[in-house]
Design a protein around this ligand. Sequence first.
Ligand code: TYM
Length: 342
Amino acid sequence: KERVFSGVQPTGNLHLGNYLGAIKRFVALQDGYDCIYCVVDLHAITVPQNPDELRGQIREVTAAFIAAGIDPARNIVFNQSQVHEHAELAWIFNCVARMGWLNRMTQFKEKAGKDREAASVGLFAYPTLMAADILAYRATHVPVGEDQKQHLELTRDIAQKFNNDWSAAIAANGFGEAFFPLTEPLIGGPAARVMSLRDGTKKMSKSDPSDNSRINLTDDAEAIAQKIRKAKTDPEPLPSEERGLEARPEADNLVGIYAALADRTKAEVLADHGGAQFSAFKAALIDLAVDKLSPITAEMKRLTGDPAYIDGVLAEGAERAGAIARETLDAVKDIVGFVRRR
Ligand code: TYM
């Protein structure tokens, strides 16, 4: 079976973009692949975090995975800091990746802002840790939203350079031509990039100061309805074909959200709702969103009330993830030329 790996940061509220762009797709992949899903707490501290809140958010993301339908018995669910191989492999990748590669990362430029000198070294090296997450399991596929595309290209560059730089040692250790796979991103569907409800040209994000810009996975039915009712739209009715959404970012976004929640394509949604006014379409979207999200919100709430259960899931997941990552690290150490403890 091919192997899927993906991660979600435990920083602030999970929102509809995280759910439709990532978590909902994780659930769909569990039948066809061997899946590993990680709460990336080491990545979270690349910017300041409150320790008590961080602990709560790690458990909340874990609860969201399970509430959304990821079965922790069939898949591996764990948090990154419990498997030290991630940090170890990241160090080796820091010595593979080039400064120039990391300098081009748009997420670093956005997150560091104007004062780059004040950004943590961890924030700069963020993508090498992400490559380590994926390649510690030699994962073949990574489901993510559109915003992670550049990081996945970098992961492939690191894998390729590692395979090239140590090609003789890789062959000598019995791994043939290449040790790391060139991982394929799985980006797509109608919600690969969910936009802000207040501005169809901006990504829906945890850091947007306006809570009305996003639907949080912890929002109740009333909040969901309010936010969709207030969502920005244009005055025209919905088009009946997809090309009618061009240059209408807000309409495109709401149709995409509807399609992803309903497991349909945007074309199918427009075949049903083309010609409708936004008042009517928003009412349908509210019903659909509440119907799909409320059970997840309720189950998340129940699960976060039982931290001992969550911590047990994470411990078992770390055990299983660690066994795979350890094998990779042992091989990497042999390839690079370290003397291992025997
Ligand atoms: P993070 O925590 O920011 O987001 C988690 C997932 O949600 C997706 N996403 C979106 N998808 C559609 N529309 C949006 N508006 C939207 N906002 C977020 C993200 O693309 C992501 O899939 N660097 C990663 C975490 C990570 C990771 C990894 C991912 C660390 N190691 C290894 C995959 C593999 C991040 O910051 O995601």
